[in-house]
Design a binder for this molecule. Sequence first.
Ligand code: FAD
Ligand code: EPU
Length: 342
Amino acid sequence: MQIQENISLRPYNSFGIDVRARYFAAFNNIEELETLLSPDSRLPTLILGGGSNILFTKDVDGLVLKNEITGITELHEDSQYVYVKAGAGENWHRFVLHCIERNWAGVENLSLIPGNVGASPMQNIGAYGVEIDDVFWVLEAYHLKEKKRVTFTRSDCEFGYRDSVFKKKFKDQFVILNVTFRLHKKPIFHTNYGAIEQELEKMGIKELSIKAISNAVIRIRSSKLPDPAITGNAGSFFKNPVVSKEQFVQLKSITHNIIGHETIEGTIKLAAGWLIEQCGPEAETSWKGFRRGDAGCHANQALVLVNYGDANGKEIFNLSEEILQSVKAKFGITLEREVNII
Ligand code: FAD
Ligand code: EPU
């Protein structure tokens, strides 16, 4: 455990933004975390996981602490479930593969999501019809000011669409240390979302398994989402906006081909990628595939903003603001950013 000074955060964020941190350190356990947060340290602290949902728009004049607490442990099981605890610093996809190998079901639809276990409940990560909320059991976190461990149950987390208590009333107050998931011993397959069934058919799958679903998800994701190792990005930059059924009917009467899906709450989730694709920097143009300098909007998925190399965070943020304003002007809908802006 070593505190480094004035280091570039470029290797630590999937957008590949070259800002600097005044201080930077990684911790492997709670004792190291406590040492780094010693009483004389009054510096603002930023907890970092895999850096795949962050846009840095300026240098960080404080202490960046990278959570590297690892370990995956099977705690216990009952007739239906197995309870598995993972360190916050475990890579999310590695955890998913670990579960699939042991036939523990529930996270296979969340294959290939970048980042670490610790951010997964914070963001309530989701894909292809499954969210962390569906498999979450409990987590342990450390209160930065009160310097004590606190346990959060599922209801304490107040999960919502890409949302939790850690993004709202407890923002920047806790370090998530580990997360326990409740996984199914007998799988419940979720194949009705998006293109999963089609992909399974293309793959010639005769007998459904969690491994096959994981592979299908990996193939779909790889075909449309840019690989951050090649092109900087943080996944969907905005959330899909949620409107009432009445609003949707009204929107559809004006824009017949608008895309929306009913949620279990009876509201309609609009496809933000589609809305963005219909707008552009000028009339008759689209943001999709747009590039200014090294900042751009991905050609296969308009919801994903990209850094082609040397864009800075302000350029990406300003582009997102232009996109947001154009969607607002055309559809009267205000997009909300999903990515954490620093
Ligand atoms: P970071 O970016 O490091 O941090 C995100 C936020 O959480 C920050 O505010 C940080 O301070 C805080 N944080 C991180 N770790 C901790 C901790 N241990 N304790 C307290 N706070 C913490 N997301 C989806 O939901 N679904 C997708 O399908 C999806 N696809 C993606 C595809 C690509 C190509 C990319 C680049 C991103 C995608 N994302 C997706 C977004 C991203 O992968 C998730 O939000 C992921 O959970 C972020 O994890 P991270 O460890 O990188 O978090
Ligand atoms: N679409 C367009 N144009 C585009 C992009 C999308 O018309 O440029 C349309 C598609 O044709 C489709 C609909 O929008 O009809 C939805 O697109 P897609 O299936 O690609 O998913 P998404 O709604 O854009 C969401 C999540 C993703 C998650 C996928 C799969 C959000 C903000 N994004 O994207 O999560 O992987 O569904 O479940 O909810 C992330 O959070 O970072 C993320 C990548």
